[in-house]
Design a protein around this ligand. Structure first.
Ligand SMILES: CC(C)(COP(=O)(O)OP(=O)(O)OC[C@H]1O[C@@H](n2cnc3c(N)ncnc32)[C@H](O)[C@@H]1OP(=O)(O)O)[C@@H](O)C(=O)NCCC(=O)NCCS
Length: 172
């Protein structure tokens, strides 16, 4: 079945749609993301996306369907030279567009991007209660590397996170 969306690099003009996506996924009661509904403002988002044009160590990919932007993956490689072969990512898909392969396609774009830069390892943090995301990462080939207790603060509480990683091979 052909995809009903395309994956591409985000452009500064995508800022309002990306803020809306971040706010709506962040506001879901399950608390999937580190961010809650208070996402950055469109102007800051636009500036960040613009800055990526001059910096090759980070990227934002979007999935776009007929209804607009339905997914986002942000990725940045480690700034320390000793771990510059590692890149950390964050992912979200609009609730209306889940289970259609969007998350998988965005992860594939991240692998391609990493491979092009000589990044060997992708890593991410996921909350232990986020069984949909863990299922996606397991199926994609991520492995658990650790369990980080009280690693993030959400509102007034500290929450645990699972650290997962994916080895970027030299071929597909
Ligand atoms: C997690 C998330 C990114 C998955 O995106 P998606 O586009 O629905 O994922 P895909 O369609 O590519 O799913 C691929 C596979 O992952 C697994 N999977 C995904 N969601 C699942 C769910 N809710 N329950 C069980 N398995 C699931 C399935 O194996 C699925 O394949 P299938 O649909 O053929 O069974 C999406 O649910 C989301 O954005 N959630 C809220 C934000 C979030 O949790 N982000 C990650 C933070 S670490």
């Amino acid at each position: 079945m052909s995809r009903r969306f395309v994956v591409r690099h985000a452009a500064p003009a995508d800022a309002p749609a990306l803020v809306e996506l971040g706010r709506s996924v962040g506001a879901e009661p399950e608390g999937w993301l580190i961010a809650d509904s208070t996402w950055r403002e469109p102007g800051d988002e636009r500036r960040y996306l613009r800055s990526l044009r001059r910096y090759e160590g980070a990227a934002v990919f979007v999935a776009e369907g007929a209804e607009g932007i339905v997914g986002r993956l942000s990725i940045a490689r480690d700034s320390h030279p000793a771990s510059a072969h590692v890149a950390d990512l964050g992912l979200m898909v609009a609730s209306s567009a889940r289970r259609r392969g969007v998350g998988t396609a965005l992860l594939e774009a991240a692998v391609e991007w990493g491979r092009g830069l000589g990044v060997c390892k992708l890593e991410l943090h996921v909350f232990p209660h986020n069984t949909p995301a863990i299922a996606l990462y397991d199926r994609f080939g991520f492995v658990r590397e650790g369990y980080r207790r009280a690693h993030y603060r959400r509102g007034r509480e500290y929450v645990d996170a699972i650290l997962m990683a994916y080895e970027v091979g030299s071929r597909g």
